[in-house]
Design a protein around this ligand. Structure first.
Ligand SMILES: Nc1nc2c(ncn2[C@@H]2O[C@H](COP(=O)(O)OP(=O)(O)OP(=O)(O)O)[C@@H](O)[C@H]2O)c(=O)[nH]1
Ligand SMILES: [Mg+2]
Length: 434
C-alpha cells in the first residue's frame, strides 16, 4: 500500500467516519425528531385527551346545570302551585277582652262546667258565649224570666206547668218537644216536690236530651272533615237564610283548623252570589271555583271544583247552592243533580247535606226543614241568626220533629260568629237566669 493509498485510505476513512457520523448524527436527529414527534404526538394526544376530558367535564357540568335549572323550574312550579293551594286564613284580630262583668263570669262558668281549666280558656270562647247569651236574650226574656217571675221560690204546681207549656210554645220550641218536656215534668212532679231552681235544672236536662238525641243517633258528636278523604259539605236552604254567610264562616273555621279548604260557587242563579263568596274566600284565603257565564250549570261548577279539589288534595269542599229557583221542584232537582255528580266522580267522598235555617223564621223555618228533609236527603242542620231573635227555641223543634242533628250555630254577621253546636252551652244560654 502506497502512502498515497494510505493517505487516500485515511481520507476515505475520515470521510466515511464523517459520513457515518453525519449519518449517525442524522439518525440521531431523526430519532430525536421522531422522539420529539412522538412526544409531540403524545403531547397532542394528551392534549386531545385533556380536551376530551374537558369537553366531557363541560358536558357533565352543562348537564348538571340543566338538571339544576329543571329542578329550579320544578320548584318554581311547585311553589306556584303551593301559592294556589288555599293557605292559612288571613290573621283576623282577636276580640278584645271586655269588662269583668256578668257576661264574663257566666261564660267562664259555662266553660268550667264542661271541664275547662283556667289556662285553657280563650278570649274567643268567652266572646262567643257572650254573643250567644246576648243573642238568646230575646228568647229567654219571654220565657225564663217570666217563668221565674211566676214561680218565684215556690214549688212547681200543675198550673205552673200550664204556664210553662205556653211559654215553650211561644219560644217556638214546637208542640212535640213541648209535650215531651211537660209530660216528663209532670211525671217528676208526681214523684217529688220541685222548687223553682230544681225545676229549671230539670227543664234544662230535658231540653238538652231532646237536642242531643239526633246528634247521638248520627254517631258523631262533632262534625269535622275526615282526614285523608274528600269531604263535601253542601249548604242548602231557602233564600236569605244565611247559606253564603255561613259558608264563609265555615271556610274560615276550616282553614284555621288546618284543613285544606276549597269553595264551589254553585249558586249560579243569583248574579252577585259569586262575588259575595269571593269576598268571604278572600277573608279566609280559600279559593273559590266558579263559572261566571250566564246560565252556568251548578252541577258543572261542582264537577270543576271536584277536579280541582282532587288535584290539590283538598280536605273540605264547601258548596254554596241557590236558595231561590223558578220553582221548588227545580231547586230539589238541582240539588239531586249536584249530588249525582259527586257520587259519580268521588264515590268515596264524605258528603254532608246541611240545611241552613234562619232561627228568626220560627215555625216557618220548621216547615222548610220538613219539606227539605223529604226531598233533599239531609244529614244535619245549621241554625243562623240566633242573635236577636225570640225564636231560638226552634232549634229544639228541628231536633225533635225533623230529627236533624244541629251541627253549627251562627249568632252574628262576623267571620267568627259561627261555632260548632254545643247543646250544653245552647241550653245554658237559652235558660240563663239573667
Ligand atoms: N244577624 C245575623 N245576620 C246573618 C247571620 N247569618 C247571615 N246573616 C245575614 O243574612 C243575610 C242573608 O245572608 P246570605 O248568606 O246572603 O243568605 P243566603 O241563604 O246565601 O241567601 P240566597 O243566596 O239569596 O239564597 C245577610 O245580610 C247576612 O249578613 C247571622 O247569624 N246573624
Ligand atoms: Mg247565598
Amino acid at each position: 500500500m502506497t502512502n498515497t493509498d494510505s493517505d487516500n485510505s485515511r481520507e476515505w476513512a475520515l470521510q466515511a467516519y464523517a459520513l457515518l457520523k453525519k449519518r449517525q448524527e442524522e439518525q440521531k436527529q431523526e430519532l430525536k425528531k421522531q422522539e420529539e414527534q412522538k412526544q409531540e404526538e403524545q403531547k397532542q394526544e394528551e392534549q386531545k385527551q385533556e380536551e376530551q376530558k374537558q369537553e366531557l367535564k363541560k358536558q357533565e357540568e352543562q348537564k348538571q346545570e340543566e338538571q339544576k335549572q329543571e329542578l329550579k323550574k320544578q320548584e318554581l312550579i311547585n311553589s306556584e302551585f303551593k301559592e294556589n293551594i288555599p293557605g292559612p286564613p288571613k290573621i283576623i284580630s282577636d276580640p278584645e277582652l271586655g269588662e269583668f262583668d256578668d257576661n264574663f263570669t257566666w261564660s267562664a262558668m259555662v266553660l268550667a262546667a264542661q271541664g275547662k281549666k283556667i289556662n285553657q280558656i280563650s278570649i274567643d270562647e268567652i266572646d262567643w258565649l257572650t254573643k250567644l247569651r246576648r243573642g238568646l236574650e230575646e228568647t229567654r226574656k219571654g220565657f225564663v224570666t217570666e217563668l221565674l217571675d211566676k214561680l218565684g221560690d215556690d214549688p212547681l204546681t200543675p198550673e205552673s206547668l200550664d204556664d210553662l207549656e205556653t211559654l215553650l210554645i211561644r219560644a217556638d220550641v214546637g208542640i212535640d218537644s213541648t209535650d215531651k218536656v211537660i209530660s216528663s215534668l209532670r211525671t217528676k212532679l208526681n214523684e217529688e216536690v220541685l222548687g223553682g231552681e230544681a225545676g229549671i235544672k230539670f227543664l234544662k236536662k230535658e231540653l238538652k236530651f231532646i237536642i242531643d238525641k239526633p246528634i247521638k243517633n248520627s254517631g258523631t258528636d262533632l262534625l269535622v272533615p275526615q282526614k285523608g278523604k274528600l269531604n263535601v259539605w253542601l249548604l242548602v236552604g231557602v233564600n236569605g237564610v244565611g247559606k253564603t254567610t255561613t259558608l264563609g264562616k265555615l271556610a274560615y273555621l276550616s282553614a284555621r283548623s288546618n284543613y285544606k279548604t276549597l269553595i264551589a260557587a254553585a249558586d249560579t242563579f243569583r248574579a252577585a252570589a259569586v262575588e259575595q263568596l269571593k269576598v268571604w274566600g278572600d277573608r279566609s284565603n280559600v279559593d273559590v271555583i266558579s263559572n261566571q257565564s250566564k246560565n252556568a250549570d251548578p252541577a258543572a261548577v261542582v264537577f270543576d271544583a271536584i277536579n280541582s279539589a282532587k288535584k290539590r288534595n283538598v280536605d273540605l269542599l264547601l258548596v254554596d247552592t241557590a236558595g231561590r229557583l223558578q220553582t221548588k221542584n227545580n231547586l230539589m232537582d238541582e240539588l239531586a243533580k249536584i249530588k249525582k255528580i259527586i257520587d259519580k266522580k268521588v264515590p268515596d267522598a264524605i258528603v254532608e247535606s246541611l240545611l241552613v235555617l234562619d232561627a228568626s223564621q220560627g215555625q216557618n223555618g220548621l216547615k222548610q226543614a220538613k219539606s227539605f228533609a223529604k226531598s233533599a236527603n239531609l244529614s244535619g242542620a245549621i241554625i243562623t241568626k240566633l242573635d236577636g231573635t225570640s225564636r231560638g227555641g226552634v232549634s229544639l223543634a228541628v231536633s225533635e220533629e225533623v230529627n236533624l242533628p244541629i251541627r253549627f250555630i251562627g249568632a252574628g254577621e262576623g267571620i267568627k260568629d259561627l261555632r260548632p253546636f254545643n247543646s250544653y252551652e245552647f241550653v245554658e244560654a237559652m235558660l240563663a237566669d239573667k
